[in-house]
Ligand binder design. Structure first.
Ligand code: GYE
Length: 341
């Protein structure tokens, strides 16, 4: 009898653990999210929790696509993707979720530079490496993140201003007054801080450059248009618009045209933009944007490279800057050939 009971119990336990296992796998695929425990059972996928800023721009869409197409199961990863809708509090929540799920790596595209110390300390205490991508963070302790990969935003800003200086010189306008407005990105993001500071630094060296106003358009087309409309009302004599991303430039172009003005190489207002997404090349070819300072969003493979090295126990470079170009309208048709975004 005892023997029978023991055999029954073993059988029941085996059945339970079998159904438990398949249940985990079923629910993980149904939810589209996978727990680390389930992955270990289903073949050692590396679990990556990615907190994305949002979906505010074409750049961001290309960046999300790059991450999603890199961190696939076929490539050995299970990606937990979270869209924070441009809110830091959502990113902090997502990171806490990732910690709870005991992911292998946390990847963070931070909306702003500051405010990360507490939550990243929690990740560190949980022993989860954090990789920062795109924008930078400012933390009191550098060991709170393992590596960062992204752009030199200040260089992008100085590149934009140096292009303007050369352009004005070529046109013989380098001693005339130049009225400039800036549509800034999300205030406190390193893309905004770097581009604004880089441009302003060079602007200070030109006493004829007047920066009339600098205001955020939140990196979106709608807000860019709205702010540009108000700039046009307040300042009837704008010569240059610096749009800290392409989507705000698209909004600004709409506002300029609606106000009965023209822009681009043959227009009233010079447009300088950042990112160089595909639609911006269209705008350059259409004669609406003068120049675009490249910002590369294809970070998926770069982050994967970092993770591969960490998995192999190798050292990684702490800060990795991506090399980027400058695309004037005159050569846009040629420059865009072969670009992936
Ligand atoms: O320029 C903008 C996006 O952080 C580099 O964010 C990124 C910026 C990019 O919304 O289009």
């Amino acid at each position: 009898m005892k023997k029978f009971l023991a055999m029954f119990l073993i059988g029941a336990l085996a059945a339970l653990s079998f159904s438990g296992c398949s249940k985990t796998q079923e629910s993980s695929s149904a939810a589209g999210e996978t727990t680390k425990a389930a992955d270990k059972a289903s073949g050692d996928l590396v679990v990556v929790g990615f907190s994305q800023v949002g979906a505010e721009s074409d750049w961001r869409t290309a960046n999300t696509e790059s991450m999603k197409s890199t961190f696939t199961e076929a490539n050995g990863y299970s990606l937990i993707f979270d869209d924070a809708q441009q809110k830091q509090e959502n990113q902090i929540k997502a990171i806490r979720n990732f910690i709870q799920q005991d992911v292998d790596y946390i990847v963070l595209a931070p909306v702003t530079e500051t405010g990360w110390d507490t939550v990243l300390k929690e990740a560190k205490d949980a022993g989860i490496p954090v990789i920062i991508v795109d924008r930078m963070i400012k933390v009191s302790d550098d060991s709170l993140f393992t590596a960062w990969v992204g752009s030199n935003f200040e260089k992008e800003g100085t590149d934009a201003a140096n292009w303007l200086a050369d352009y004005l010189k070529q046109k013989g306008k380098d001693s005339e007054d130049v009225n400039i407005v800036t549509l800034q990105g999300t205030i406190g993001s390193s893309a905004q801080i770097g581009r604004t500071n880089g441009f302003n630094k060079v602007a200070k060296e030109h006493s004829n450059w007047k920066i009339l106003a600098q205001q955020t358009g939140e990196f979106t087309q709608a807000k860019g248009q709205e702010v540009m409309e108000s700039f046009l009302k307040s300042y009837p004599d704008i010569d240059v618009v610096v749009a800290e991303n392409d989507n705000m430039a698209f909004g600004a172009i709409d506002a300029i045209k609606a106000a009965g003005k023209t822009c681009g190489p043959n227009g009233d207002i010079t447009i300088i933009s950042f990112d160089a997404v595909s639609a911006a090349f269209d705008a350059m070819e259409a004669g609406d944007i003068n120049v675009d300072i490249e910002c590369n969003p294809l970070h998926g493979p770069r982050v994967a490279e970092i993770i591969k090295k960490l998995e192999a126990g190798e050292k990684v470079e702490k800060l990795q800057y991506v090399a980027e170009g400058i695309f004037p309208a005159e050569t846009a048709a040629k420059d865009r050939v072969g670009r992936a975004y």
